[in-house]
Design a protein around this ligand. Structure first.
Ligand SMILES: Nc1ncnc2c1ncn2[C@@H]1O[C@H](COP(=O)(O)OP(=O)(O)O)[C@@H](O)[C@H]1O
Ligand SMILES: [Mg+2]
Length: 268
């Protein structure tokens, strides 16, 4: 399954993504984590040491030139199959599954090429991971609605819209969710973070499936010293939340498939 995490900044997208990958790896799955946020914090959240961080694709001017082409000859379908192995790093964890991290990077900082070339390669790589690989893929998106607007994640099969219980955060969540729906991505859950009991305002577009996570004092205390969000004192709460979220997304995916019109049988 391929899941994207979206929402306003600071609402817990990266944290949820890191927890989900860790949960899945402990269940024995191979998981690709894609850091598509310019803040580049997913590796840190997963406990990857600074020296072992993945090199962002956008910083590889050589690869961008080689795969996309320069001097006006832009390849619309660049070869990207080897890039996950080339650029991905192993993320530490107890296993038995494998966690791999791929960092997309800041397009504006893509040295040596125009931003459109870097962007074209990023998009092709994301599409390859999402469409051609059987592994789990978790995409930690940039804050806001930009990525969804570009259609980068149009083919993922689940969208986690993270939000805090504030009007501004929920407004962004509603916009993200509505944009996802416009792209055909109806399988959505609202991860309402730090909000055990809040009653939501009637914002059109918010996902119907709402899962709540309380504030975690152990995480808050940890974050003062360490960016790693794994192995918390509240591990049972976190695992329970992730399990529920994955169950809701699996269920939503089955229902979405059932609702989709069948293709006509091929003529023989
Ligand atoms: N339920 C929670 N309780 C306490 N702290 C949390 C909780 N959820 C997230 N945080 C903390 O809030 C901060 C922002 O979370 P983060 O995942 O980086 O947000 P985003 O990726 O949406 O910008 C991080 O320091 C994270 O550890
Ligand atoms: Mg983040």
């Amino acid at each position: 399954m391929k899941i994207a995490f979206a929402g306003k900044g600071g609402v817990g997208k990266t944290t949820l993504c890191a927890w989900t990958a860790d949960y899945l790896a402990r269940q024995g799955h191979t998981v690709w984590m894609v850091d598509a946020d310019t803040a580049l914090s997913l590796g840190q959240a997963c406990g990857v040491a600074p020296a072992a961080q993945a090199e962002p694709l956008a910083a590889r001017a050589d690869l961008i030139r080689q795969r996309i082409g320069a001097g006006g000859m832009i390849s619309l379908s660049p070869a990207v199959d080897d890039l996950p192995e080339l650029l991905g790093v192993d993320v530490p964890g107890p296993g038995p599954g494998r966690k791999r991290l791929l960092v997309m990077g800041t397009v504006a900082g893509a040295g040596g090429g125009c931003a459109c070339e870097a962007n074209a390669l990023l998009k092709s790589l994301l599409a390859h991971l999402v469409l051609d690989r059987d592994d789990w893929v978790l995409v930690d998106l940039e804050a806001g609605v930009e990525h969804l607007g570009r259609g980068t994640v149009a083919h993922v099969d689940g969208l986690v819209v993270a939000s805090e219980p504030s009007h501004r955060s929920l407004e962004t969540a509603a916009r993200v969710a509505a944009m996802g729906t416009d792209l055909g991505l109806r399988n959505q859950v609202l991860a309402l973070n730090r909000a055990p009991e809040a009653v939501l305002p009637p914002l059109p577009g918010l996902p119907g499936c709402i899962l709540r996570l309380p504030p975690l004092p152990g995480l808050a205390a940890r974050q003062l010293q360490d960016p790693n969000v794994l192995n918390l004192p509240e591990a049972a709460t976190v695992d329970g939340f992730v399990a529920e979220m994955l169950k809701a997304l699996e269920q939503g995916r089955r229902q979405t498939r059932l609702r989709q019109p069948r293709r006509p049988a091929p003529r023989v």
